[in-house]
Ligand binder design. Sequence first.
Ligand code: FAD
Ligand code: FES
Length: 262
Amino acid sequence: MDAENFIPASLYVCPVVASRPVGAYRQVAFVAPEIAALAHPGQFIMVRRAGPALDPLLPRPMCISDADSDLVKILVEPVGKGSAKLAASQVGDRLSVMGPLGTGFDLEGEGPAVLVGGGIGVSPLVLTAGTLAERGRAVRCILGFRARQQAVAAELFRDFDVDVLTEDGSMGRTGLVNEPLPGCLAIEPGQPAPEVFACGPDGMLWEVARISRECGVRAQVSVATHMACGIGSCQGCVIRTKGSYRKACTSGPVFEAGELEW
Ligand SMILES: Cc1cc2nc3c(=O)[nH]c(=O)nc-3n(C[C@H](O)[C@H](O)[C@H](O)COP(=O)(O)OP(=O)(O)OC[C@H]3O[C@@H](n4cnc5c(N)ncnc54)[C@H](O)[C@@H]3O)c2cc1C
Ligand code: FES
C-alpha cells in the first residue's frame, strides 16, 4: 500500500500482487495491511481501479473474500463495466479501496457452522470458514452454482467438508443448496445447535431462512443490494426489516435471517 495515498476515512491505493482466474470468476489479491488487520468475515470494501479516469465514477462493493497479514483477496464475477474492469486487474495495477465496511457475521456461537453459498456469494465464506475453524468450530460448506464454470470456486474451500451442487449437474450433485441443508441442521440432544452463515442470491437466502426457521436454527444472511456509497450517505441500499427500513451498507450486509421482511 502506498502510505502517501492514505486518506482519512479508510481510503487506500493498493497495488495488485496477484490476479488469477477461478473458473468464471477472478481472484484479485492486493496489498492492504490496514484493511487485512481489521477485516472481519462478512465485511466488504468499495473498490475501483485507481487512476485519473473515473470510469466508472463510483466504486463497486465487493466482499472481502480472504485476508492475511498484508493481503486482501476479492473474488470478482464480471457482470458489467465496474466488475469487468476489476476482473481485468493485473499485477502492478492499483486499486482505490475503501474499507473494511459494514457488519460481518457474528462468530461467537459454539455449534457446528453450516456455510451456504450461492454463486459469487461463496466469496465471503472463504474467510468465514477459515476464521470459524481457527475458533474451533466444526465447518461444513454447502455450495451451489449454475454450472462447472462457476463451481470451480469450490477449490477455495479445499480444507473443509464441502458439498458442491450445480443446477445442470456438470460438477458435484445436481440440484440446489436447499436440498441437502435440512439434513445438516439436526439438533443433537445436549449439544449446541448448528448455525447457518449464508451469502448468495435473494431467492437462495429466502429458502435458507425458511429452512433454518423450520429447523429451529439461527441463520445469518449476507444480502447484496445495489450500493452507491457504501458508507450510509446515499440511502441507495435501504432494505425492509421487521419494524423499520435499514441501510444494508451500515446495518448489514449481514442480518439475522429472521429480521428481514422478504
Ligand atoms: C455488499 C456487497 C458485496 C458484494 N460482493 C461481491 C463480490 O465479492 N464479488 C462480486 O463479483 N460481486 C459482488 N457484489 C456485487 C457487485 O458489487 C456488483 O456485481 C457490481 O457492483 C456490478 O457493477 P458493474 O458495473 O459490473 O455492473 P452494472 O453495469 O452496474 O450492472 C450489471 C448487472 O448487474 C446487476 N447488479 C449490479 N449490482 C448488483 C448487486 N449488488 N446484486 C445483484 N446484481 C447486481 C445490475 O442490475 C445489472 O443487471 C457485491 C455487492 C454487494 C452489495
Ligand atoms: S450504499 Fe449509500 S447508504 Fe448504503
